[in-house]
Design a protein around this ligand. Structure first.
Ligand code: SF4
Length: 307
């Protein structure tokens, strides 16, 4: 069945953000200033603008119509067949979304390439949740994995993220996508960790390739994802495993080990289920009942950490 909407798609149920209704700002063709190796869209020369931009009112009309007929989603996700911050009317659009979103939260998925521009940060600040990508913290790896438009510097992106965090009171999520043999080396990850600590996001998602990529590159296995995640101490780390990503060695911890481990970083309910053996899960439940561990929600995802 052909969709009755041009800009709205979904909803899809995502483990990371809940029930998500998408808004695509560039439905005609890919418009991105990166050409990531892992992109789920076809490879394309990077560009710095969206051609035939939609008018915010056309999008809002569709959104109003959808919301009048359906359940409000957990998140209304602004994205693009490419990079949504290249849309020049983002500020006007988010103000209008916020007026009609009800209890849904507004979310944007951006590659962060423009975060060093004050006008972009002004618009991003109006979203309830902002998810930015950070696949490398050194220029060489950044260029290899994300193939940005010439002149884009990862140092400026990181500086922009640090400024944004200070100005932004909503929920900031960073995503690090790991590609085998490209950004999975210890030295590369260490630099990312260092940058992430300076940025101080509310949550960090560690993921890998999940759908057929634009270039011939490969995912890392689930075990590697968890090993990389363990380097991000002190943060709310969510590991986006793949179903076909291989077995995980179950970990056993006694209560004291659990408290020490959870002091260093919070785990999602899903990661606990995947990572720990039955005894350990039972211990975690008891510690929750005793109030020594507690749950918190970050951008619709539940974490368990020490009280
Ligand atoms: S930033 Fe997103 S849309 Fe752009 S090339 Fe990378 S994965 Fe594709």
């Amino acid at each position: 069945m052909e969709s009755m909407y041009k800009y709205i798609f979904g909803p899809v149920l995502s483990r990371r953000f809940g029930l998500s209704l998408g808004i695509d700002l560039s439905p005609d063709k890919k418009s991105c200033n990166f050409d990531c190796l892992y992109c789920e869209l076809e490879k394309a020369k990077p560009v710095n603008k969206i051609e035939n931009q939609p008018n915010p009112d056309e999008i809002i009309k569709e959104l109003r119509d959808y919301l009048s007929k359906n359940q409000y989603p957990d998140v209304i996700t602004v994205t693009a067949n490419g990079e949504p911050t290249l849309y020049s009317k983002l500020d006007e659009l988010i103000e209008k979304i916020n007026q009609i979103k009800g209890n849904s939260k507004s979310l944007i998925l951006s590659n962060a390439s423009t975060i060093n521009e004050i006008s972009v940060r002004q618009a991003l600040k109006k979203f309830d949740i902002v998810k930015l990508s950070l696949d490398a913290a050194d220029q060489k790896t950044f260029e290899k994995i994300d193939k940005p438009l010439k002149g884009i510097k990862i140092e400026d992106i990181i500086d922009g993220m640090i400024s944004f965090r200070k100005e932004y009171s909503g929920t900031l999520v960073l995503e690090v996508l790991i590609v085998k043999h490209i950004n999975d080396k210890k030295e590369v990850i260490e630099k990312i960790v260092e940058a992430v600590k300076k940025i101080n996001p509310d949550r960090i998602d560690i993921s890998t390739i999940d759908r057929p990529p634009a270039y011939r590159v490969f995912p890392v296995d689930n075990q590697t994802l968890y090993e990389i995640a363990s380097m991000f101490e002190g943060l709310n780390v969510n590991v986006a495993t793949r179903k076909s990503g291989g077995k995980i060695k179950k970990v056993h911890l006694d209560k004291e080990d659990i408290l020490n481990t959870f002091k260093k970083r919070a785990y999602t309910v899903y990661d606990i289920e995947t990572l720990f053996d039955e005894d350990t899960k039972e211990n975690i439940n008891q510690l929750l009942l005793q109030g020594k561990l507690k749950t918190t929600k970050v951008a619709n995802l539940e974490f368990i950490k020490t009280s």
